[in-house]
Design a protein around this ligand. Structure first.
Ligand code: IPM
Ligand code: MG
Length: 367
């Protein structure tokens, strides 16, 4: 197959981990006889420095022309003045909004080899295998009005939590479709005891659930969910929730897996445009590790590239329809861990310490 992949390395450790992802994708292309064409573009703080905008028009155009996008991370102390009008994160939100990437899939899987790397007890994290499906283009992140006001009471600021039934319904369908191929359980997370938007969320979630009689649905309030995630995380299969709840819960869930450096994500849009060319229902998507730019370790070659590499596996599966190749990458990561290779963030007793590039090399070897 011939595929076009736009890479957006971004800031901090972004370029280092994306390089390892590309290394693995090139190895996949060689082994299975595909051609992947890579185009690198600017996003985030580096894009602000070079063009004045966190999301230059050329980047958006290159993403639209691609089959999939691989992103590193955006942000850093250089651009984090809260009063700044232009911020790196606007690049990421602009991409999600402009490309219609409404469903963020964040699998949290605890690899047996890494049970000891978690800050939680092994009996709690063993067997964890869940997917958080986070709504990504609505809610507090996109609601209007948003901004600061000068009022008689002094400075004020507003964010708006707004959802339409259409936005909730399409997100829930992604969650139920995923659950159908897994353990057939969806946990819908809301704050329906307080928020009107959550009461609509719950109502629509149950309407969609009626279309999936073979899948169980449960409702959990977000504060309780935060607690259960560290109490009995192995009970969860698919968690579906709104934008900001998902942002917070997915960082919490990352700790089950030992490190943010292990967690990939896919941000998916609607089914790819031309149904005739796309009988298998592939989706355009943006793939990124869920960790941030980690400015404290940037440029030192120590960042864990496995989240970026696992994001490439998701890219192969969801946007290119290359399921066997995706499984092979995931198995190569597992084999690398089994063999004891560890970046600093996931070091366990007796581990073999490696840096970013060496970790990528090991995955290619096992592939
Ligand atoms: C994430 C990140 C982003 C978000 C930031 C960088 C805007 O935390 O992808 O989870 O909040 O969505
Ligand atoms: Mg986050």
């Amino acid at each position: 197959m011939h595929a076009r992949i736009t890479t957006l390395p971004g800031d901090g450790i972004g370029p280092e981990v994306v390089a390892e992802g590309v290394k693995v994708l090139k190895a996949v292309a060689q082994k299975w006889g595909h051609t992947f064409e890579f185009t690198e573009c600017l996003v985030g703080g580096i894009a602000i420095d070079e063009t004045g905008s966190p999301l230059p028009e050329a980047t958006l155009t290159a993403c639209r022309a691609a089959d999939a996008v691989l992103l590193g991370a955006v942000g850093g102390p250089k651009w984090s003045d809260p009063r700044a009008a232009v911020r790196p994160e606007q690049g990421l939100l602009g991409l999600r909004g402009s490309l219609g990437l409404f469903a963020n899939i964040r699998p949290v899987k605890v690899y047996p080899a890494l049970v000891a790397a978690s800050t939680l007890k092994s009996e709690i994290v063993s067997g964890v295998d869940m997917v958080i499906v986070r709504e990504l283009t609505g809610g507090l992140y996109f609601g209007k009005p948003q901004g600061r006001q000068d009022t008689a009471a002094g400075r004020a600021a507003v964010d708006t939590l707004y959802y339409t039934e259409g936005e909730i319904g399409r997100l829930m369908r992604v969650a139920f479709d995923l659950a159908r191929a897994r353990r057939k359980k969806v946990t819908s997370v809301d704050k329906a005891n307080v928020l009107a938007s959550s009461r609509l969320w719950r109502e629509v979630a149950h309407e969609v659930a009626a279309e999936y009689p073979d899948v169980e649905i449960e409702d959990v309030l977000v504060d309780a969910c935060a607690m259960y995630l560290v109490r009995r995380p192995a009970d969860y299969d698919v968690i579906a929730t709104e934008n900001m709840f998902g942002d917070i819960l997915s960082d919490e869930a990352a700790m089950l897996a030992g490190s943010m450096g292990m967690l990939p994500s896919a941000s998916l849009g609607a089914q790819i445009r031309r149904a005739s060319e796309n009988p298998s229902g592939l989706r355009f998507g943006l793939y990124e590790p869920i960790h941030g730019s980690a400015p404290d370790i940037a440029g030192r070659g120590v960042a864990n590239p496995l989240a970026a590499i696992l994001s490439c596996a998701m890219l192969l599966r969801w946007s290119l329809g290359l399921a066997a190749e995706a499984v092979a990458v995931e198995q190569a990561v597992e084999a690398t861990l089994e063999a004891g290779y560890r970046c600093r963030d996931i070091m366990t007793a007796g581990g073999r310490p490696v840096g970013t590039a060496e970790m990528g090399d090991q995955v290619v070897t096992y592939l």
